[in-house]
Ligand binder design. Structure first.
Ligand SMILES: CC(C)(COP(=O)(O)OP(=O)(O)OC[C@H]1O[C@@H](n2cnc3c(N)ncnc32)[C@H](O)[C@@H]1O)[C@@H](O)C(=O)NCCC(=O)NCCS
Ligand SMILES: Nc1ncnc2c1ncn2[C@@H]1O[C@H](COP(=O)(O)OP(=O)(O)OP(=O)(O)O)[C@@H](O)[C@H]1O
Length: 199
């Protein structure tokens, strides 16, 4: 079974993915792949530099993530430009990692894809779990984790689809407003219900 794990920024996807990893499920992580495809010296990083300017590179030639984030969150046109450059490469690697895990004999593969709904990737998975939080908790956790101002946090939150739309498209919703223990209980119930074993 291919399970898509999604939610909104700072809703708790990585927290849930880590629980799944500990239980032995293989995880395809779109955010990790998004870092790999722009490694220093990669053709994609060169294209990003040509599109957005020298300032998105650090002196050592690596991507300046804060700088690129400041450019694209809050500027819809630039964000779409970046998506068009990066998403085909990210999708290709996600699919090949998933195939590798299936070949290795795993019965369930988790695809952690923050933009699953925004990028219309529903057909890449069989079941969708949405990790949801209230707007207030989401903003608090995002500001704390990324050391962002309220305006910066708002720009990131509004660059994604509303949580209620994601919940409507989900096969199961995990409400991550309480303790991580409460979140894990909800996760366990879903896995049991779907009889989703790693191997
Ligand atoms: C702009 C970048 C460099 C900022 O890096 P930074 O380290 O600050 O953030 P990080 O990569 O950890 O992403 C954090 C979260 O931001 C959100 N996010 C990232 N990119 C986007 C985007 N293009 N549109 C909307 N939300 C996004 C996701 O919820 C993601 O989980 C980076 O997010 C990026 O390369 N984005 C484009 C690739 C992409 O779409 N990634 C999302 C998963 S496919
Ligand atoms: N139940 C919880 N209680 C308290 N803090 C939590 C809880 N769940 C997650 N957090 C914290 O909230 C922040 C966001 O969680 P996490 O990184 O798992 O979200 P994410 O959805 O993966 O984020 P992103 O979309 O940015 O990758 C982290 O700092 C995490 O430690």
């Amino acid at each position: 079974m291919i399970i898509g794990l999604t939610g909104s920024i700072a809703s708790g996807k990585s927290t849930v993915a880590n629980m799944l990893r500990e239980k032995g499920y293989p995880i395809v992580d779109a955010d990790v792949i998004a870092r790999e495809v722009v490694e220093s010296g990669s053709p994609l990083l060169k294209k990003i530099q040509q599109t957005f300017g020298e300032e998105v590179l650090r002196e050592d030639g690596t991507l300046n993530r804060e700088q690129l984030g400041a450019l694209i969150f809050g500027d819809e046109v630039k964000r779409q430009q970046l998506n068009e450059l990066m998403h085909p490469a990210i999708r290709g690697r996600m699919v090949s990692q998933k195939e590798d895990y299936l070949t290795q004999g795993y019965q369930t593969v988790i695809m952690d894809i923050p933009l699953l709904f925004e990028s219309k990737l529903q057909d890449y998975v069989e079941k969708i779990v949405v990790v949801s939080v209230t707007k207030q908790i989401q903003k608090q956790r995002l500001m704390a984790r990324n050391e962002l101002t309220e305006a910066e946090a708002d720009a990131r939150i509004t660059s994604q689809l509303d949580m209620s739309i994601k919940e409507q498209g989900a096969d199961a919703v995990i409400h991550n407003n309480d303790t991580v223990e409460e979140t894990e209980k909800q996760l366990n119930a879903i896995l049991e219900n779907w009889q989703a074993v790693p191997r």
